[in-house]
Design a binder for this molecule. Structure first.
Ligand code: FES
Ligand code: FES
Length: 156
């Protein structure tokens, strides 16, 4: 299959990559760029664990073709912190024990970050709705919601 050259920014760094047209953004992130924080699970859009920000909006990267991100800006969980310092949401997840196996955590952190940027003071219902597309198989939803609400409260 003929490869196509794509140019995009990921976590603030410009990249040029040649990709086959049938490869996904998830594959590009994990297998080419070796950013393993974005998780590979169902690969069919059901679990949301592969969620990243594409031009500022959350997308399931297993449902996006790599060629589609030409000219775009992507942020993965690795791109949220600055100088190795955890973000307030990451700290709140630790404080609230909002992770069990931790496999879903990068996706929840990405969605929580997106939500609080867009809506700095969300209601509990708005947090629940925003997290709707991400599944935690350990079922620890309550502390995840509390952690995000706590960040919003402390920012007030
Ligand atoms: S791996 Fe993409 S939605 Fe499950
Ligand atoms: S903490 Fe295990 S999948 Fe969510």
């Amino acid at each position: 299959m003929e490869k196509k050259k794509i140019i995009f920014k990921i976590n603030g760094v410009e990249k040029t990559v040649e990709v086959e047209p049938n490869k996904t953004l998830l594959w590009l992130i994990r297998e080419v760029l070796k950013l393993k924080g974005t998780k590979k699970a169902c690969e069919r859009g059901d679990c949301g664990l592969c969620t990243v920000l594409l031009n500022g909006e959350p997308v399931k990267s297993c449902l996006v073709l790599a060629v589609e991100v030409d000219g775009s800006e992507i942020v993965t969980v690795e791109g949220l912190s600055r100088d190795g310092e955890l973000t307030p949401i990451q700290k709140a997840f630790i404080e609230h024990g909002a992770l069990q196996c931790g496999f879903c955590t990068p996706a929840f952190v990405i969605v929580g970050h997106w939500l609080l940027n867009r809506n700095p003071n969300p209601s509990r219902e708005e947090v629940v709705e925003a997290l709707n597309g991400v599944l935690c198989r350990c079922t620890g939803y309550r502390p995840i919601i509390e952690a995000i609400l706590d960040v919003a409260k402390k920012r007030k």
